[in-house]
Design a protein around this ligand. Structure first.
Ligand code: ZN
Length: 487
């Protein structure tokens, strides 16, 4: 019998789509090297160029975090289960709960409830763990939701319904039709309007007692401390790594609990990061993945119900912190697999050397998170891209031009460019033989990100006449062939 390695969704394309593989090994180091030896494409996701294990990849043996040990030397035995948990972007014990609540106690006495509120919250008031005092605490509480999207939608609705007195919302986006598949706080009637307007209206319809404080801005290093300072709890529903690290660091610096949720395809993660009582996000993931390595929800897709489940967990944890009830998710990471309908829980250790919450922090003020996440430092693709209109003209002039579609077959089924050859990005390294290097090659995908990766793979393999379609098939549908459906 061998060791079972559970493969997370983002890495499954590199192991033939499987969710678990068996590996014979005596230590974690041996196991990871055998695994990436058998699955070459996996190697760059697990190891940096200098051979060390990437720090946004965490390894657990039988659900135990092994980073505090000499990770690579950790022995494994036949029958063990090893989990590889990468960070994904896309949204305490009982005593610690009391501590959080104590930190939130306002100098002012708790507010009173009107007759209307007593009737409205009657199912809370008869719960011993809430009662009149708990309901007043909810009314006094100030919760900031970063992002009014997939995770923020259910979180905002449940917090408003539960009677959280003040809900802050940070978002600068406009409601788009593709949001409605999961962002249930918005509606068809609000497509095209700012998300904050749409969300505020819906919250007030649900519960007019809630005060909404709207921040129509991107959360930045310049404004984060000022915005977060006046709130008791932050629920992070962002979809990108720079904002995740920004929210984390601001919460650690201000001593606020950060209720974390993130989603990707069919999997979600949730935890409560509260540095006073447990680890923070950086203790879990010291550094972000390189840009583009983990696809976003826009690129990788997400099941519509998933953010509903994870955002609801965030709302539940927020309410527990306010009430001081139960055991908050501090020091624990919950993993949810929707396809198996399975929850797993991993114990998180505080990293004593954490750059922001450790004993000798190096991050003592907010930094440039875009630079930290390597955004802006991406290679320049000058001259490597071609517009949809240019491609149409060149292709008419040179029918020998080869267009390679690097999307997945199910995307090809939705819409495809006639004459393009389908080779999904994950299969490209093994199917280079199907690309004729003597011809001009143009790669394309949905929006133009994966096709740049394909371009890099082809260039690295010696193909010289390769360009990538800027804006992907979406730009083609808009500018060349309006008969194609956009998705
Ligand atoms: Zn930390």
């Amino acid at each position: 019998m061998a060791v079972t390695v559970l493969i997370p969704t983002p890495l499954r394309p590199y192991v033939g789509g499987r969710d678990a593989v068996q590996v014979e090994a005596a230590s974690i180091g041996e196991l990871l090297h055998r695994l990436s030896g058998e699955h070459i494409a996996l190697r760059k996701h697990l190891f940096a160029d200098d051979g060390r294990l990437r720090s946004f990849v965490n390894v657990y043996v039988n659900d135990r975090d092994i980073r505090q040990l000499s990770a690579q030397e950790t022995p494994v035995r036949s029958g063990d289960t090893v989990s590889i948990i990468p960070s994904i972007a896309g949204g305490t014990g009982g005593t610690a709960a009391t501590e959080v609540r104590a930190g939130m106690q306002h100098a002012a006495p708790l507010p009173s409830l009107s007759h209307e509120e007593i009737l409205r919250y009657s199912r809370h008031l008869i719960l011993p763990d809430v009662g009149l005092e708990g309901q007043k605490r909810l009314k006094a509480a100030r919760v900031l939701l970063v992002g009014a999207g997939g995770l923020g939608s259910p979180a905002a609705l449940y917090l408003a319904a539960a009677g959280v007195g003040t809900i802050g919302l940070v978002d600068f986006d406009v409601v788009d039709k593709t949001n409605l598949q999961r962002q249930i706080i918005h509606g068809t009637a609000t497509v095209g309007r700012p998300k904050l307007e749409s969300a505020t209206e819906r919250i007030h319809d649900l519960n007019p007692n809630v005060r909404v404080e709207a921040f129509e801005t991107r959360l930045t290093s310049e404004n984060a401390l000022d915005i977060i300072r006046d709130f008791d709890i932050v629920a992070d529903g962002t979809d990108n790594f720079p904002t995740r690290y920004l929210v984390n660091d601001a919460c650690v610096l201000l001593g606020k609990p950060n209720v974390y949720g993130s989603i990707f395809r069919f999997e979600g993660q949730a935890s409560v990061f509260y540095a006073k009582a447990g680890p923070c996000y950086r203790c879990l993931y010291a550094e972000p993945p390189p840009p583009g390595l983990v696809p976003s929800c826009a690129e990788g897709g997400v099941l519509g119900v998933l953010p509903g489940i994870i955002g609801s967990i965030q709302a539940m944890e927020t309410i527990k912190l306010i009430l001081g009830a139960g055991e908050p998710l501090i020091g624990r990471l919950v993993l949810f697999d929707a396809l198996k309908l399975q929850f797993r829980e991993l114990k998180l250790e505080k990293d004593p050397d954490c750059p922001v919450c450790g004993s000798h922090p190096s991050v003592t003020e907010l930094i440039d998170y875009e630079a930290f996440c390597g955004i802006g430092a991406e290679p320049s693709y000058d001259g490597a891209e071609i517009t949809a209109q240019e491609l149409k003209t060149e292709w008419e002039r040179n029918p020998d031009l080869l267009v390679v579609d690097v999307r997945e077959p199910h995307e090809y089924e939705i819409a495809h460019i006639d004459g393009a050859v389908l080779i999904p990005l994950g299969e490209l390294p093994d199917r280079l033989g199907e690309v004729d290097g003597h011809r001009e090659v143009v790669t394309h995908c949905h929006h133009g990100a994966r096709s740049l990766k394909a371009l890099e793979i082809l260039k690295a393999a010696g193909f010289s006449k390769v360009r990538s379609l800027r804006g992907g098939i979406d730009a083609w549908a808009v500018n060349v062939d309006p008969s194609l459906p956009r998705y």
